[in-house]
Design a protein around this ligand. Structure first.
Ligand code: HEM
Ligand SMILES: [Cu+2]
Length: 620
């Protein structure tokens, strides 16, 4: 029955593609490694875009009374810079590592739902492109990355800017939620024989925890965005505080119930990466593996109970403030525990200062500073002074850039050989590290002082008599050092991908399963699924060398064929969103576009469901 239907679907329509080569191989891929690389490249391109937005802002702020840009442009730049960095850079960069690594680390051939995985990627890409498309129609979003009410309702938005923001985020959110489900199922069900939960690499643990965070944190955001969509397109009044007397805190609660867990979604991948890198370069097991794992779980759990620390000054009442302040201070404890564990791992180790370790050390030190200023905001009287000043801007860049970006960069240097089969240059890597480390601190350290001097965040200019100009010039200079460091990274990536020294299977003498197979891995990952007996399987082997096992007699393992449907579905979903944008100005055209793409969506879902597991042409 199913086979007949499948044949029906394939008659004369699109057949399940076979080839994994060339550009179509990438577009139709369902291979987790390729999807991971697609995520990585896309995130990197958006990183450059978000970086350019930051540089433009820093040019504007480098002197008092600057007229380089007007206030409206500045609003758009900080909004899109923040939104881009959070949703289009750090999250997908984390996803790049989950995708590439998780099946390799747990000894699986792919994720549980390979087509769903491709679907998540395309939704991310199309959602991000849709939001950025607003630039070309003069409607770049401009109400801040957390979109506070009532700034987002139609009366206070001159153009469709907020529409693009809402719809773009909504599309990306569907993809992220699907990815969260995919990775929970993958990690719980596809581990190799013998790999108990407590034998998983820490990165796999953090991925599992993040996936749960995504599943529970995204629904409040989805709800908030849906209500806002109703306000904007169908004239409801959920967030109209001025005209209709709506509660201004409704949006803030919904957003931060999502938003605080979100910051852990942004930092836990880096914590996982660093926890797996430190043992390799200190040549000893991670200190307190179980503690690090449980601390991660506790952070995630408590992370749902601290959201109102973003709302201390909104008048939520003394008891609420006290409870959220205490919960926020409590969350510092498991975080501190992790830092001690990392330091204890290094203690007494045979330390090799290779580039991945340098970035890991940068991560630990900078993230710690960001964590400390975070605990300062947990003290309510202090926060009341610091709220909306540059002290906050300094704080979150220490955790997001000093933490997430440094940790992710460590991962890039560490696993680049596995992805490409080539080593990255150590010399250029060290140069990159020192430029970025110095540039980062020159940029963001003085922002603490500017904040204490009273400089508010999100202002596009200031007068000379405030005496903020010297420090601001210094800060902007630092931003260009960071930009230089990124150019060095790009150079290193290109040169190393072309002509880096061949890496072999296990260039760093790593201990986890991904290092037991060729670099880059075969499309089926493992010729024979390994059996795992400890947390560091490769360190159990004599003399640290492992041969990839021979292929079994029946030849290469079967892998699912590529598919068009994930792309088609994601494209249709984005098309419907575009229809909604058109509907606002051209009612019937908008309806027509939505119906058209709705049909495509239906067709895509149908094709997806009845697609055979492997293409007819592929040999069985
Ligand atoms: C190239 C280095 C970077 C520079 C020079 C930079 C600079 C800035 C500046 C000037 C602002 C606006 C401050 C204001 O007017 O209030 C800002 C805001 C922000 N940045 Fe960055 N940034 C950088 C990297 C990052 C990274 C890597 C992330 C996150 C991963 C990030 C996340 C944010 C967020 C969330 C905001 C707040 C936006 C808002 O207020 O709505 N930034 N940054
Ligand atoms: Cu928070």
């Amino acid at each position: 029955m199913a086979a007949n239907l499948a044949n029906l679907v394939n008659i004369g329509v699109i057949k399940r593609p076979v080839s994994t080569e060339g550009i179509w191989g990438w577009i139709t891929t369902v291979d987790h490694k390729k999807i991971g690389i697609l995520y990585g490249i896309s995130a990197f391109i958006f990183f450059i875009l978000g970086g350019i937005e930051a540089l433009l802002m820093r040019v504007q702020l480098s002197s008092a009374d600057s007229t380089f840009m007007d206030a409206g442009t500045y609003n758009s730049l900080f909004t899109m810079h923040g939104t881009t960095m959070v949703f289009m850079v750090v999250m997908p960069a984390g996803a790049a590592f989950f995708n590439f690594l998780i099946p390799l680390m747990i000894g699986a051939r792919d994720v549980a739902f390979p087509r769903l995985n491709a679907f998540s990627y395309w939704l991310y890409l199309f959602g991000a492109l849709l939001m950025n498309f607003s630039f070309f129609v003069g409607a770049f979003p401009d109400m801040g990355w957390f979109g506070y009410a009532p700034l987002t309702i139609s009366e206070y938005t001159l153009s469709a800017s907020t529409d693009y923001w809402v719809l773009g985020l909504q599309i990306m959110g569907i993809g992220t939620t699907a990815a969260g489900l995919n990775f929970v199922v993958t990690i719980l069900n596809l581990r190799a024989p013998g790999m108990t939960l407590m034998r998983m690499p820490v990165f796999a643990w953090m991925t599992l925890i993040i996936s749960f965070l995504v599943i529970f944190a995204f629904p409040p955001l989805t709800i908030a965005l849906t209500l806002l969509m109703f306000d904007r397109f169908f004239d409801t009044n959920f967030f109209d505080t001025v005209g209709a007397g709506a509660d201004p805190l409704l949006w803030q609660h919904l957003f931060w119930v999502f938003g605080h867990p979100e910051v852990y979604i942004l930092i836990l991948p880096a914590m996982g990466i660093v926890s797996d890198i430190l043992p390799t370069f200190s040549r000893k097991p991670l200190f307190g593996y179980a503690t690090i794992v449980f601390a991660g779980a506790v952070i995630a759990f408590l992370g749902f109970g601290v959201w109102a620390h973003h709302m201390f000054t909104t008048g939520i009442g003394a008891w609420a403030v006290a409870a959220f302040a205490s919960a926020t201070m409590a969350i510092g404890v498991p975080t501190g525990v992790k830092i001690f564990n990392w330091l204890a791992t290094l203690w007494g180790g045979t330390i090799q200062y290779r580039t991945p370790l340098m970035f890991s050390l940068g991560f630990i030190s900078m993230f710690m500073l960001g964590g400390l200023s975070g605990v300062m905001h947990a003290a309510v009287p202090v926060d009341t002074q610091q709220q909306d000043t540059y002290f906050i801007v300094a704080h979150f860049h220490y955790v997001l850039f000093g933490g997430s970006i440094f940790g992710l960069t460590a991962g890039l240097y560490y696993w680049f050989p596995k992805m490409t089969g080539r080593m990255m240059s150590e010399k250029i890597g060290h140069l990159h590290f020192w430029l970025m480390f110095i540039g980062f601190n020159v940029t963001f350290m003085p922002m603490h002082i500017l904040g204490v001097l009273g400089m508010p965040r999100r202002i596009y200019t200031y007068t000379a008599d405030q005496n903020w100009d010297d420090l601001n010039l210094f800060v902007s200079f630092g931003a260009f050092i960071i930009a230089l460091s990124i150019l060095v990274l790009i150079y290193n990536l290109i040169v190393s991908a072309r002509s880096g020294a061949p890496s072999g299977m296990n260039p760093w003498q790593g201990a986890t399963l991904e290092w037991s197979i060729p670099s880059p891995p075969h499309h089926y990952n493992f010729a024979v699924v390994p059996t795992v007996e400890s947390l560091y399987p490769l360190w159990d082997e004599e003399a640290n060398v492992v041969e990839p096992p021979e292929l079994p007699e029946h030849g290469e393992p079967h892998m699912p064929s590529p598919s068009y449907w994930p792309l088609v579905l994601a494209f249709a979903a984005t098309g419907i969103a575009a229809g909604l944008l058109i509907y606002d100005n051209y009612f019937w055209s908008g309806i027509a576009v939505m119906v058209g793409f709705g049909c495509l969506l239906f067709r895509g879902a149908y094709g997806w469901v009845f697609e055979p597991l492997t293409a007819e042409e592929s040999e069985h």
